[in-house]
Design a protein around this ligand. Sequence first.
Ligand code: GCB
Length: 602
Amino acid sequence: MMKRTLFVFILLFTLGNLYAKEIPLVSNIYARQPISLNGKWNYVVDPLENGYYDYRLKPFEKNGFFENKKAKSPSDLVEYNLDTSPLMNIPGDWNTRDRQLYFYEGTVWFKKDFKYTKRTGQRDILYFGAANYDAKVYVNGKKVGEHIGGYTPFNFDITDVVKNGDNFVVVKVDNKRAKDNVPTVNMDWWNYGGITRDVMIVQVPDLYVEDYSIQLKKGSKDTISGWIQLNAQTAGQGIIVEIPELKIKQQLITDAQGRAAFESKAKLVYWSPENPKLYDIVINEENSEIKDQIGFRRIETKGKQILLNGKHVFLRGISIHEEAPYERGRAWSKEDAKTLLTWAKEMGCNYVRLAHYPHNEIMVREAEKMGLMVWSEIPVYWTISWENPATYQNAEKQLHDMIYRDKNRSAVIIWSIANETPHSDARDKFLSDLSKYARQQDNTRLISMAMEVTKAPDNLNKLVDNMNEYVDVISFNQYIGWYRASNEAAHLMKWEIPYDKPVIISEFGGSALQGLHGDKTERWTEEYQEELYIRNLEMLEKIDGLSGLSPWILVDFRSPRRQLPGIQDFFNRKGLISSWGIKKKAFYVMQDYYKKKEAEYK
Ligand code: GCB
């Protein structure tokens, strides 16, 4: 009883404090003439959350920093000033934008003033590409919502609080790690804090196309199918879908759910790395028009093979973290995406593993244009709180949002739900539920997760994971020559992977400081890393059903776990390219190998 009263109280309190609401994501945000709120934002570092709690540690209803108060007379007491606080470029992580905040984990307040023109009959949606980790958002002093999770987009309908003329938005971002979070406290990458992706406002009519899915029908070679979803359950609304190049123009009518299904035969040029063909799509609803570019392709498995458009392919991949080249912190821009992906192409890749969380939308779209297949994953990493239902809900929400945002990207071929997770019944329940959920959301792509092999006597490496039945592709990470065994011993390794499914080595590798040279037995030298790659490739070739590789990793990346002075200096040095953008010797080993693989699979 007590519990229920408390729940009702919390609910009423929350509703009372919300002047707007989180709404389903507006799909394909960049096609809706967004008004950018990127640029300079004031920020206040608030380790004690002084702007949020009073001295009894109760959340402020008034007088929090979100009010953006200013002293009106010399006698007024206001102990903060968002206007005169320093400025930071957004998108951006605070760790590299302000060196004093390099290791900071906690709350930072951000504020931006903006002029705005309301349009009659239009709703105003405030959209964030991502903020890490917990973002509370206020417009003109009113709370409009909160979002948890550092790598997925969110948006709020702010129509009732945004005005014609001068406005301000305040965001409290908190990146404190916690055991029950996703990811949890322990990870091997930098917990960059801040508003790390684009911020924008879009104006939409009262009734608008909220979402759509258009792709090749599962199992078909020539039928495009999909649906268009309005933001309201309005029946009888006319929608036109056009694909001019295919001479498709269909008039659809929404059902009682505000949804209209779509199907059409077409003679298609399929999307593939060799020819990343995209078709212009136009969706017209009475008051709005959305354009997209969509590719059509089939992705399936047959026994131990991966088939793209019916053809046996080898995934010539590389793992990538969302870090800007040349030590510039979190990546977010088109330029960042292009630099990283161009390096991958130079290596000979046709595939990238975007680790260990959903990367920004621009990155996925650029990969698609450049002809790179994509593995996309959520940060269910190492030892999550498997037993906690809230942790599961959080992971499922992130999975939902990743699939929701990128379901129209033909480049994405694999949804991955986890990385290197330890065996237990609770973990099995968590991951099997997640994989079922992923299939419910999208049954057209492959499901995987990066597993681990167990070491058995006689150099036997065994894959024993009862999650195998939930994945389409068996993937595992292994570090022979670095964490286990030596480079010389690599050729002795035997592999037992008793599943009739394709196998991807989702990680292998070792560290080298670019420019450090020595004997191939000397750790941290480029020669050691080069040797490791040569030996690993020889070894991995022997794996039955080997269908792809995504070595760890394209570029050195920041990690607080990597402390060795003069060598690591808080960078994981397993990159094939240094953090300052120079290729290491092992890069060329991969390049040669992929040239051969490309010829083999022609
Ligand atoms: C792994 C993890 C990856 C680490 C890497 C390493 O297995 O999946 O996140 O960064 O090893 O360098 O140890």
